[in-house]
Design a protein around this ligand. Structure first.
Ligand SMILES: Nc1nc2c(ncn2[C@@H]2O[C@H](COP(=O)(O)OP(=O)(O)O)[C@@H](O)[C@H]2O)c(=O)[nH]1
Ligand SMILES: [Mg+2]
Length: 226
């Protein structure tokens, strides 16, 4: 029973990987760098995007919003006059708790790939499933806010291991919390030694320059001919 379950999951992930490679080929053909933004509900994924997507020097940005239901986040991004596309996992995909390559594939025809350099995909808020499903992205960023506790890298190691950048958000709240930042960073280093992190407050703006620079560099990398 257990072995069958593992086998089915392997097959699902194999099929997902094939579609993710097709997505990636489409993105590469259009010269678009794709960043998969992950984290728990309420970590601040949409807010850290809102703070930078309208003002990235020399980079044309588009956003793909993944949510179980509704278009709350897409509406927030659209208000900044940034092109945004919404995927809902509820009606079409059974309310999945993550985006998979096939869902992103279904959105590709709606994406203005010829007009953008960088596509940020805000994944469904969840610390488990999104880490298992590649969608064709070039880089993965996770937002972990200080209100979530310093033990999270140890409890959700796959998520913290699967990303190239960890945004440690809501540091403006540190004076009000028992959160031990050094302990969090120690745990982070235990699951992914040397991973880049940025301490950030989307509210006060602290760390936003570094986040913006990281996105610009990510976008440039793909635009430099190999
Ligand atoms: N104090 C504080 N609140 C924040 C910060 N970033 C986001 N929030 C708040 O956290 C809540 C969830 O943010 P949101 O971006 O919607 O999270 P998401 O579900 O990960 O997209 C909102 O009420 C935000 O205003 C921050 O840096 N500091
Ligand atoms: Mg959001």
């Amino acid at each position: 029973m257990h072995r069958t379950h593992v086998r089915v999951l392997e097959d699902v992930l194999d099929a997902n990987g094939t579609i993710a490679r097709a997505n990636r080929a489409d993105f590469d053909r259009e010269g678009v760098t794709v960043v998969n933004l992950m984290g728990s509900p309420g970590a601040g994924k949409t807010t850290v995007l809102e703070q930078v997507v309208g003002s990235l020097p020399g980079v044309r940005v588009g956003v793909l919003e993944g949510d179980v239901k509704g278009s709350f986040d897409a509406d927030r991004i659209a208000a900044l006059h940034v092109p945004v596309t919404q995927i809902n996992t509820d009606p079409s995909f059974g309310g999945e708790c993550h985006l998979d390559a096939n869902m992103v594939r279904s959105a590709v025809p709606m994406l203005p790939l010829a007009e953008i350099d960088l596509l940020v995909i805000e994944n469904v808020g969840n610390l488990v499933c999104p880490a298992e499903f590649q969608v064709g992205e070039h880089a993965r960023v996770m937002v972990s806010s200080v209100t979530e506790g310093e033990d999270k890298p140890l409890k959700y190691p796959l998520m913290f291991r699967a990303c190239e950048l960890v945004l440690v958000n809501k540091i403006d709240l540190l004076p009000h919390l028992d959160f031990d930042l050094d302990k969090f960073l120690y745990h982070l280093d235990a699951v992914q030694p040397g991973v880049t992190h940025i301490e950030l407050s989307a509210k006060t703006g602290e760390g936003l320059d570094a986040w913006q620079d990281w996105l610009v560099k990510a976008a440039m990398r793909e635009r430099i001919p190999a």
